[in-house]
Design a protein around this ligand. Structure first.
Ligand code: CP
Length: 324
């Protein structure tokens, strides 16, 4: 794998390879193997032009657990504020020895530009670009669903027959886009639920069903109910009902939690707006996989970095050399 830019162009085989390697990585973490020597001598740069808690720290933990060196770059406090371009910033970091660049950027398409412009030779991983995609979030979501559905060793299995309902601010959500492409590539049935103003205009080209009524969607008993953050920072009055109205009609509260099927899981990529799209009861309930998703994210990102940097097409065991 040269880059990981999106899930729209990720094949079923490539997606399953990442999920299966992530299983291997999760095994090592469960055996309390703190570090694998796999990426010793490699340097991973976290290049973040937008804020992040989970994704940035998860990539840092993943790289360190594979013994890579990590350089963290945040646009805040850097020479970006003096007008330095993406090209000059990236080339500066490459000159310091970057083998992989993990980039989060407010502009949709920035990771692809970095990967295809010829500015740098490092592998590029998209850690979220504008409203376009967030591929490692979707991969960790698929990993979480697969593990919950098929048990601890679900290597080789896809998500055929699994139903996933994604609720909320679909319009602005790169998480929703990456999940729609990935989950359907893996065979899942995907339903989107949102106010009409928060559904993208091109949704008819997406491989997903659209429903406007959350109670109707829940009555279908999805295997996974994925609540999305309302992106208030990108919202204007034309898109959004009042917070009170949104919460009443599209929020996951205690009543709707009760109405879900007994085996349904509740997901959220974080950060959560508690009391808006999800109540505290739902976020903290035993069906919630919110923290499990965070834990799984480290394994998935270890897998992505390994496949990017270790030339793993050879089929080598990524756990080789594991030491406690
Ligand atoms: N899920 C997610 O991308 O969270 P952060 O913005 O905290 O990275």
């Amino acid at each position: 794998m040269r880059h990981l830019l999106d899930t729209k162009t990720l094949s079923r085989a490539a997606a399953l390879r990442i999920l299966d390697v992530a299983e291997d990585m999760a095994d090592t973490q469960q055996r309390e193997v703190k570090k694998l020597p796999t990426l010793r001598g490699k340097t991973v740069v976290n290049l973040f032009f937008e804020d992040s808690t989970r994704t940035r720290i998860s990539f840092e933990a993943a790289a360190k657990r594979l013994s890579a060196d990590v350089i963290n770059f945040s646009a805040k406090g850097s020479s970006v504020s003096k007008g330095e371009s993406l090209q000059d910033t990236a080339q500066t970091l490459q000159a310091m020895g970057a083998d992989a660049v993990v980039i989060r950027h407010g502009a949709s398409g920035a990771p692809r530009t970095l990967a295809t412009s010829g500015w740098i030779t490092a592998g590029v991983v998209n850690a979220g670009d504008g409203t376009h995609e967030h591929p490692t979030q979707a991969l960790l979501d698929a990993f979480t669903i697969r593990k919950r559905r098929f048990g601890p060793d679900s290597r080789g299995r896809d998500l055929a027959g699994v139903s996933v309902t994604i609720v909320g601010d679909i319009l602005h959500s790169r998480v929703a886009r990456s999940n729609v492409w990935l989950l359907t590539t893996l065979g899942a049935d995907v339903t989107l639920v949102a106010p009409p103003t928060l559904i993208p205009q091109d949704v008819s080209a997406w491989p997903a069903r659209v429903v406007y009524d959350l109670d109707e969607a829940i009555a279908g008993g999805p295997d996974a109910l994925m609540m999305l953050r309302i992106q208030l920072e990108r919202m204007n009055a034309a898109y959004f009902p009042t917070e009170r109205e949104y919460s009443r009609r599209w929020g996951l509260d205690a009543r709707r939690l009760e109405a879900l099927g007994a085996d349904s899981i509740v997901m959220h990529p974080g950060p959560m707006n508690r009391g808006l799209e999800i109540s505290a009861e739902a976020a903290d309930s035993p069906r919630s996989t919110v923290l499990e998703q965070v834990t799984n994210g480290v394994s998935v990102r270890m897998a992505a970095l390994y496949l990017l940097l270790a030339g793993a097409e050879s089929g080598d065991d990524p756990r080789a050399g594991a030491e406690k």
